[in-house]
Design a protein around this ligand. Structure first.
Ligand code: ZN
Length: 392
């Protein structure tokens, strides 16, 4: 299915621009008209991280006239393995600022707009309204659903991508011409079921594979060439080195873009996606200690049994001294309980406190009523107790 161009052409290209974009201009499908459309285009990249890095760099090089960058995070050393828009000297700098500097260096003709804020239901519609197309490079479900809903409510197309370890996916969601993200994924996965890249890892170069597909599709939608990924989901397996695409149909019952929509405004996405489950929140209330408190317990020689519920690879990177590794999955399967001593106080920890709260709920159910977990997990331990250790 080919679609009409999203953007009208700019009046003209300068002599400098003609020189710069000559390899585009001599492709018949792009040509002068396509390049003028790119010049007139306003594209917003949500996130200047793994996907946002290559996406912003290629959108800039391609001559997209206005590029928005939204990110409130700062560059961390653990980002540099894949977030190639940032360099060593950017560590500690705001990602949006660092990304904007790289974009200006790649192509000074681009007008960069920095949104150094967290995207929320209060600002998303206003921010999106200033752009023709959104490129979604977010890594959490709450923001993904918010990006989708805002784009559909505003009638704007967006290019979605997702990455995990060696697997990537991409699609173009444009409710006017095809399905939306909710048609494909009506409900978010249960909290804790799908690990994030921070928990499960991601091959750095996978970001480039998927981010460049996103730019490819953005250019096609902006200029109206080729067959965009509207109504198709691209699935990439880097280990097998296979791409395949599956049809995604518009769901007539979709609560957002279907025939009788019930979602007509933005909702509470954190609640919708349940950052941690109600059971875990209840279990953790009154049973959460700080990393400092754990250190004090250890220094006093308290009779505790410290359990790290992360995965072995994570344990190898950094661990809290004295912790026994029993991954969360073993608790969910029920095989871990017999490994726990009955006469000691159980203290759980994970990376940042989400998984350990889920396990805490399992333990409370099983009768370990005085079990606690470490809020902020090993990240908090490194920050407040032993800053010499690495984080990830
Ligand atoms: Zn839909």
């Amino acid at each position: 299915m080919s679609l009409p161009p999203l953007v009208e052409p700019a009046d003209e290209l300068t002599v400098d621009e003609v020189r710069r974009y000559s390899r585009h201009l001599i492709i018949p499908d792009v040509g002068m008209e396509g390049q003028k459309r790119l010049k007139n285009a306003k594209v917003l990249c949500v996130g200047a991280g793994g996907l946002g890095s290559p996406a912003l760099m290629y959108l800039a090089a391609a001559g997209v006239g206005t590029l928005g960058v939204i990110d409130f995070d700062v560059v961390d050393e653990s980002n540099l393995q894949r977030q190639i828009i940032h360099g060593q000297s950017d560590v500690g700098r705001l990602k949006a600022e660092s990304a904007a500097a790289s974009v200006r260096e790649i192509n000074p003709n681009v007008d960069v707009v920095i949104h150094n804020v967290a995207l929320t239901t209060d600002n998303v519609l206003d921010i999106f309204a200033g752009y023709d197309l959104i490129v979604d490079g977010t890594d959490n479900f709450a923001t993904r659903y918010m990006v989708n809903d805002a784009a559909v409510l505003l009638g704007k197309p967006y290019v979605w991508g997702s990455i995990y370890r060696f697997d990537g996916q991409a699609s173009v969601f444009w409710a006017e011409h095809g399905p939306c993200y909710r048609c494909l994924y009506p409900e978010p996965p249960p909290p804790g079921m799908v690990p994030s890249c921070a928990e499960g890892g991601v091959l750095g170069v996978l970001c480039a594979s998927i981010g460049s597909i996103q730019v490819n599709e953005a250019i096609k939608v902006l200029t109206g060439i080729g067959e965009p990924l509207v109504g198709r989901l691209m699935i990439y397996d880097a280990l097998e080195m296979k791409y395949r695409d599956v049809k995604v149909r518009k769901d007539p019952e979709c609560p957002l873009c279907g025939k009788n929509p019930t979602i007509t405004e933005l909702i509470d996405y954190e609640a919708f996606c349940g950052a941690i489950s109600v059971e875990a929140q209840e279990a953790a209330s009154g049973a959460t200690i700080t990393a400092q408190e754990l250190k004090e317990m250890q220094d006093r020689g308290d009779d505790i049994f410290l359990v790290d519920v992360r995965e072995p690879n994570e344990y190898e990177i950094v661990s809290i001294p004295g912790a026994t590794l029993i991954p969360k999955g073993e608790f969910l399967r029920g095989t871990a309980l017999e490994r726990l001593p009955q006469d000691k106080k159980i203290v759980l920890h994970c990376k940042s406190g989400g998984r350990s709260a889920e396990v805490l709920a399992v333990l409370k159910d099983a009768g370990f009523s005085d079990a606690v977990h470490v809020g902020g997990g090993v990240l908090s331990w490194v920050k407040t107790v032993d800053p010499s250790q690495p984080t990830y």
